[in-house]
Design a protein around this ligand. Sequence first.
Ligand code: FES
Ligand code: FES
Length: 397
Amino acid sequence: MAAGHTFEPRILGFLCDWCCYAGADLAGVSRFQYPPNIRVIRLMCSGRVDPAHIFRAFSTGQDAVFIGGCHLDDCHYVTHGNYDALSMVYICKKLLEHIGLNPERLRIEWVSAGEGIRFANTMNEFVPRIEKLGPLGRGEGIDEHELTFKLEAVTKLIPYIKLVQSERLRVPDRTEEAYNKFFTSEEFNRLFNELIGDKLALSQIMALLRERPHSTSEISAILGLSPSEVSRHLNVSARNQTVETGTVDNDKIDRIINKHQGKAGSLVQVLLEIQHENHWLPQEVLDRVSKKLDVPLSRVMQIVTFHKTFSLIPKGRNEVHVCTGPSCYVRGSTRLLDTVQNLMGIRPGETDPDSKFSLETGSCLGCCNLGPEIIVGGKHHGRVTPDKVKDVLKNYE
Ligand code: FES
Ligand code: FES
């Protein structure tokens, strides 16, 4: 875009107090010149930046977001928060790319307290780059209305994305090389498309349909998807009866909430019952519980992300747990798991396209002398051989 001299990018910076903030301070004290486009939020560690902060910044009119932390391996906390920030930035860049925004609008840099000049140089390079890209959305040829619903679609998925980040996109080695290698690999692209890309596309389609009815060709033109992709997403959604189609039974949810309202421990009870009824906890249900029980959403999220019982992603009607504990292992649970995976066509942690089964593995299920053991829909089945498992599964709808 020919931005000329009139476009002044708005940039929001999240700077770690220990290093980058001190570096920025030093740049100021030392009178190193850099464009004054950045507004700064000071945090104790770059690892405290959440994807929700980034997309909120974009939704409220920032043209770019800058995250500054201590150099890798120099984070002041044992958690090495800057590695978390790095993986989060890789994922958010991919999300930006998926909704048609230039990923260069998000940048992370490591600046120590003594590197005032490095901070100034980074800004001297970053600000003109964003000027060249133009205002958020307009620079990419996306109109304001389209930009709003695309950012909304991402924002709605953030709890799910964080879950995927912690459970499926974790890099075992905390080294810069290992992080860069994983997040630029084909494997990461595959996992992203499989676990997040499809959901994001569906979330955007639903955001459009909530506004008014659109034809498949209209949706495909707006989202840049092929008509067959749009149909595929809609079919999967309809088949799964997922929340995006508006099929969560709010009356049932309200009955559960009302039954426990005012009693001690009501929040956990309500969540457990909804999980049992609905098999997972969609965002709109969590919002409803938080509002009706008058409990902050952050408290609800704390509970559902802590206990393994709760799921923030859709689950099948029947959960299958294959025991991989030591007794079952020596009795052939590996072959049993292979057979179950082949029969269902899914791997542990996944749900089949008909939402009939979700597959999980787990350590000892408590009946070692009956191993190899599986639990299907809460019912224990012992001494299940690969030959027998087909007969067990066919009893479930
Ligand atoms: S304290 Fe600076 S990045 Fe963690
Ligand atoms: S090891 Fe499988 S039930 Fe104990």
